[in-house]
Design a protein around this ligand. Structure first.
Ligand SMILES: O=C(O)CCC(=O)N[C@@H](CCC(=O)O)C(=O)O
Ligand SMILES: [Zn+2]
Length: 356
């Protein structure tokens, strides 16, 4: 067994950021671990329980706290200290961007899913020569492969009696009034899952944003294509590798460990009053280099604005607050043209008939 390679799969991936030939090993508990690609590793327990779990991090290369969390979980599994009973696909999203200490190399990977990469469906094995003819850049290529790996993972067994989960872990560029929050991808009118809200809330992620439409994010891809309970989870602020406090994510790390090692584990009963919920009510899209905010774009996430406030302008287009207070999330005037420069959210409540 090539234990030393798997002991630090993150380092191995970062040393081979574009390609890693597949290999597999046996785990101390008899399960198997399959390296599918750089940053992509699949754990198959010998008798898998009923959850297929995708855990992704580093889709943005400089969001290091989730990368360190996932590396710790993997090291527990490889050493045998954590006996993983659930099928698990662990993804370190963008090793090249991690090495450069940047959010993205050429394009925002988290805007390229559900086919937005434009490369069609990948089915064949990846080779060292790598890129498909016509692929425009590293992130488009990676998005196409990640879609392929997630499809392969979920489609290995039928969804009957299997719960599909995907937690896509991020950190935010700005500080946040509410440190840890999750984006619940658009459900196309379907109700929200109480068990998942309980899991998030008990993991310290007690603020939820309800998306208002389809997106090209990784979490929406898994939710929409595979019926997974999928979330983008924000775990605090971006810091360089080594500068994160593991204690900040300890609740989530503990619950993920329980989820993986104890098949009938349940989070504590859910008190809906503990969750702070917001509806996404508008998306501010940068259209041209004339785009500007009417507030400093280093304000904290969840900074609020009163009704009627002018938020942003781009040539003749203006974005203003409607007749109810709104808070800003992810303000960033430096995004590429046609990309989201901010989300605006309004406080709401989850009624019992919106839950299942
Ligand atoms: O802090 C920021 O500006 C961005 C943090 C981040 O990467 N957020 C995700 C959210 C994805 C979603 O809307 O589900 C992103 O922008 O990709
Ligand atoms: Zn991110």
């Amino acid at each position: 067994m090539n234990a030393s390679q798997l002991n630090d799969f993150l380092a191995l991936s970062r040393a081979n950021p574009q390609y890693l030939a597949p290999f597999s090993e046996t785990l101390p508990d008899g399960g198997h671990i399959y390296v599918w690609d750089t940053g992509v590793i699949c754990i198959e327990p010998s008798t898998p329980a009923n959850k297929d779990v995708v855990l992704s991090c580093g889709i943005h290369g400089n969001e290091t706290a989730p990368i360190e969390l996932c590396a710790r979980l993997l090291s527990e599994i490889v050493s045998g200290r954590l006996s993983c009973q659930q099928r698990l696909l662990l993804i370190f999203g963008n090793p090249t961007a991690m090495n450069l200490g940047v959010r993205e190399v050429e394009e925002n990977l988290n805007r390229l899913f559900s086919g937005a990469h434009g490369l069609g469906t990948y089915g064949e094995e990846k080779t060292k020569e790598g890129n498909k003819a016509g692929s425009q850049n590293l992130e488009r290529e990676r998005a196409a492969w990640l879609e392929h790996y997630v499809s392969r993972f979920y489609q290995t067994r039928a969804q009957d009696n299997v719960e599909r989960l995907h937690y896509d872990l991020h950190t935010a560029i700005r500080p946040s009034k509410y440190q840890q929050f999750a984006i619940y991808p658009f459900t196309h009118g379907r109700p929200y899952h109480k068990g998942q809200l309980a899991f998030l809330c008990n993991s310290g992620v007690d603020t939820i944003l309800l998306a208002h439409g389809p997106t090209t994010t990784f979490s929406y891809f898994s939710a929409h294509q595979f019926g997974a309970h999928a979330f983008t989870v924000e775990l605090g602020k971006v810091h360089p590798f080594g500068d994160n406090e593991a204690s900040q994510v300890a609740a989530l790390e503990h619950n993920l460990t329980q989820l993986l090692q104890t098949p009938d584990w349940q989070p504590m009963p859910f008190d809906i009053a503990r969750i702070r919920v917001f509806n996404v009510c508008q998306e501010i899209i940068k259209q041209s280099e004339q785009f500007c905010f009417h507030f400093s774009d280093d304000v904290a996430n969840f900074s609020s604005f009163s009704p009627g406030t002018l938020l942003a302008e781009d040539n003749k287009q203006q974005w203003t607050v409607g007749n109810k207070e709104q808070a800003v999330i992810f303000p960033n005037a430096n995004v590429a043209l046609q990309q989201r420069a901010a989300l605006m959210v309004e406080r709401t409540e989850l009624k019992e008939n919106m839950l299942y």
